[in-house]
Design a protein around this ligand. Sequence first.
Ligand SMILES: [Zn+2]
Length: 237
Amino acid sequence: MNESLVVEPPASALAIYAHPDDPAISCGGTLASWAAAGSTVHVVICTAGEKGTTDPETDPARLAAVRVTEAERSSQVLGLAGTLLLGHLDGELENDTALRRELVEIIRELRPEAIISPDPLAVFFGAHHYNHRDHRVVGWAALDAAAPAAALPLYFKGTGPAHQVTSAYLSGSLQPSVWVDVSATIDRKIEAVACHISQLADAGEWLASALRDGAEDAGREAGVAFAEPFRRIRLAP
Ligand SMILES: [Zn+2]
């Protein structure tokens, strides 16, 4: 067996992302697979995603409301335990003390064994695309919140007892170290991504096949039909 295949799902996991469609696109197969295996999986979405449109006539508050519904449907499709929406301004996320405090409070309340978040070092994807600022910001904020902040009691007193996250799984990494077999959940991932209708325009079919192709490529590296790759950081034994 390929040693970099993650065979044991964590008992609980918290996915921390910037926009409502990010968890499904970035790691939806893994979230669904872990949830189906009995893991308690929550997602936290840091912004309202209210700027996710090319139409200047869009009412941001209305788009934000639509995206709440889309996020909740997407989480239901993935079989998740809950979706937390922090509602920060899209495109204006800051890895500041206030955001880290919010994330530490959530980590201390839910006490996940693993967090899943964007790899903040993934910036340039080929010659035509670089990573969204909010993705880079939330990647660092999630790591900074998990360790040392959530794990040490003198950080953010009053946000619950300290909690040590065991592992961080970073999606979209240019240097993946582990793979999760999503052969049984790739269709569910695609169904979850399709819940984000406001973001798809007429790209739905193209995106579905791009996601399937990407998971197939990752699967080839892992020796399974479909996989999602992560850089894994072990924070505790
Ligand atoms: Zn995003």
